[in-house]
Ligand binder design. Structure first.
Ligand SMILES: *Cc1c(COP(=O)(O)O)cnc(C)c1O
Length: 374
């Protein structure tokens, strides 16, 4: 079957910028600033300015951003960190890699982000931090989470790996918690030409600690104040990201327009639950996920019509085999589990055309019209 609407089309985004990329990469090669260095510093300054925060620290991936944030907050063996099961595995993995234990709470049925009402049930004397996830590009409801954190002396680390440029009550994600973590995996709203990530923070103390941790605990070359790791950002990635950062606002706006077109085309169908944008949010639609009860049939029809789809994510983290030892059973988090059974991600990228969007809508309608439409 010929693909008419790919899930993601990075080449269409990169093609118009090729001469800029070539020149930037050549500059990195000519200056040999490959690991950390001046291109990374320049990107950090620009990403901090974009995020309206004083500090941004470039690292090797979003996963490293989460891990180093937790380490810098002193999370370690014996601690518990509260997060959600409806996320990518990395959120929980970073907690485990600090020696701490992930403790899950369910998500809100409408926003698919952390349900703040569930926090009190998960709190123990071992709780050290909370990681809300801004899933699909929509910020979690941060005010009650921040208030709970303040009341109980907990660190708040935002997993903003899917939410570059999103805002909560007019404030950028990343300005709310103690740190926020971004991924520049190629398919993210801001994507590198390989692996990269960043941490932003308003805390000069955490900034300092994370900078040292990401470079082998070095305070200066070959003088180590802590045991860290190599989590430096790659110079070529920084040079590429500086170019792509200039397009991020416009690209997020295009994503929002596409989401509005999908909403308008699909909202009226009883068999489809379209995403809700919370009143507090500026959603940046990293993923546009609908919920349908007949997922296999829906995906099959879309595939037959040349439309690629994804599932984010088919197994909630608490039910992953890797986390069997945590002892969670099916039924523990009904909203996350139902979402995992019903989610279908439709193609979403800035370069989608109106006719592609129409084709996707028609292909979804055909299936729901056969079945559950009212
Ligand atoms: C992508 C992603 C990560 C991990 O980022 P990498 O750069 O792939 O390591 C973490 N959390 C969420 C929610 C993500 O989407």
């Amino acid at each position: 079957m010929q693909i008419k609407v790919p899930f993601l089309d990075l080449w269409s985004q990169h093609l118009p910028l090729m001469s800029e990329f070539n020149q930037a990469i050549q500059e990195v090669i000519e200056s040999s600033a490959f690991a950390g260095g001046r291109f990374v510093t320049a990107f950090e300054e620009e990403f901090a300015a974009y995020g309206e925060v004083p500090y941004a620290i470039g690292v090797g991936s979003g996963t490293e951003a989460l891990w180093l944030s937790l380490l810098a907050c002193g999370v370690g063996a014996g601690d518990e960190v509260i997060t959600v099961p409806s996320t990518f595995m990395a959120t929980a993995e970073a907690i485990t890699y600090c020696g701490a234990r992930p403790v899950f709470i369910d998500v809100d049925e409408r926003t698919y982000t952390m349900n703040p009402d569930a926090l009190k049930n998960a709190l123990t004397a071992k709780t050290k931090a909370i990681i809300p996830v801004h899933l699909f590009g929509q910020p979690a409801d941060m005010d009650p989470i921040l208030e709970f954190g303040r009341d109980h002396g907990l660190y708040i680390i935002e997993d903003a790996c899917q939410a570059h440029g999103a805002t909560y009550k007019g404030k950028r994600v990343g300005t709310l918690g103690d740190t926020a973590c971004f991924s520049f995996y190629p398919g993210k709203n801001l994507g590198a030409f390989g692996e990269a990530g960043a941490i932003v923070t308003v805390s000069s103390e955490l900034n300092e600690k994370i900078r040292i941790l990401r470079d082998h605990g070095q305070v200066r070359k070959y003088f180590h104040s802590a045991v860290g790791w190599n989590c430096r950002m790659d110079g070529i990635q920084a040079a590429v990201l500086r170019i792509k950062l200039c397009q991020l606002e416009a690209n997020n706006q295009r994503r929002r327009n596409h989401a509005a077109a999908y909403d308008a085309g699909l909202r009226e169908f009883e068999g489809v639950i379209t995403p809700t944008t919370a009143a507090y949010a500026r959603h940046v639609y990293h993923i546009y996920a609908i919920r349908v009860s007949n997922r296999d049939e829906t995906i099959k029809n879309l595939t037959d019509q040349g439309v690629a789809t994804g599932i984010h994510y088919p197994v909630p983290v608490h039910l992953q085999e890797a986390y069997r030892d945590l002892g969670y059973a099916a039924g523990a988090f009904p909203v996350s589990e139902r979402c995992a059974d019903e989610f279908v991600s439709l193609p979403m990228y800035p370069e989608l055309t109106p006719s592609q969007i129409e084709l996707v809508i028609e292909a979804v309608k055909e299936v729901v019209a056969d079945g559950v439409e009212v």
